[in-house]
Write a protein that binds this ligand. Structure first.
Ligand code: PGA
Length: 256
């Protein structure tokens, strides 16, 4: 079963609107292939609308970095799913490790975000992954299972088809120490097995599972040539249009 690969750039709290716009122009200058791979930019909220204008009809898609599970109301500082859809967002990152560890988001909160996103037609990129301490204590699968099972707890089989999962070991994020493709393969196969148990084999085969954590133009091919790994969620290396374009090209190489 072939799954459309993904190259997603998570800019985190980087780039003003002007810088975001310059990036988009530079990336478009490379005429990236948007038919054989989904290219997704995840800028800060304020750049979503201007980028939606700039990227209209280019095939490059937008993701938000977070959302709230309620659709409106007294939630100061939050952004709702309908607001994101109104600026042509198609994806939303749910449960990034920085949201979990710096801002104290719980797996239950993240599950509610995933459910609301799918309900309204926004595709969640659900992030799961263990810390170094948890890995060294042999808890990788238990932690990943905990993140995953809460994240997808209330999804139906049909809803699950909108889901993307990103395996992002916390110790690999922003450290320059990526997981080995073998480690990523092992955990991603485990995730797919769990998805098959929760939904069914056919559904699990259709869900894209990404790797994230110190992905670079140099190492992305080694992840992408593993048929279990459907793409990457890239932080640091996605801030530079030349590097990100290289990541897109390298991600496509195993498919050619
Ligand atoms: P990194 O970040 O590529 O800078 O390690 C990945 C992420 O946090 O999604």
């Amino acid at each position: 079963m072939s799954r459309l690969p993904i190259a997603a750039g998570n800019w985190k709290m980087n780039k003003t609107i002007e810088e975001a716009s310059e990036f988009a122009e530079a990336l478009l200058g490379f005429s990236p292939n948007t038919s054989d791979i989904e290219i997704i930019l995840c800028p800060p909220f304020v750049s979503l609308y201007p980028l939606s204008q700039k990227l209209a009809h280019t095939g490059i898609k937008l993701a938000a970095q977070n959302c709230h599970w309620e659709t409106k109301g007294a939630f100061t500082g939050e952004i709702s799913v309908p607001m994101l859809l109104a600026v042509q967002c198609q994806y939303v990152i749910c449960g990034h490790s920085e949201r979990r560890h710096i801002f104290g988001e719980t797996s239950e909160d993240i599950g509610k975000k995933v459910k609301t996103a799918i309900h309204f037609g926004l595709k969640p990129i659900l992030c799961v992954g263990e810390t170094l301490e948890e890995r060294e204590a042999g808890q990788t699968e238990a932690i990943v299972l905990n993140h995953l099972s809460h994240g997808i707890a209330t999804l139906t089989n049909e809803e699950a088809l909108s889901l993307v999962v990103a395996y992002e070991p916390v110790w690999a994020i922003g450290t320059g120490k990526a997981a080995t493709p073998q480690d990523a393969h092992q955990v991603i196969s485990f995730i797919r097995q769990q998805l098959a148990e929760k939904f069914n084999e056919k559904t699990a085969e259709q869900i894209r599972i990404l790797y994230g954590g110190s992905v670079t133009p140099e190492n992305v091919f080694d992840f992408m040539k593993d048929s279990e790994i459907d793409g990457s969620l890239v932080g640091g290396a996605s801030l530079d249009p030349t590097k990100f374009n290289k990541i897109i090209l390298e991600s496509l190489r195993p498919y050619q």
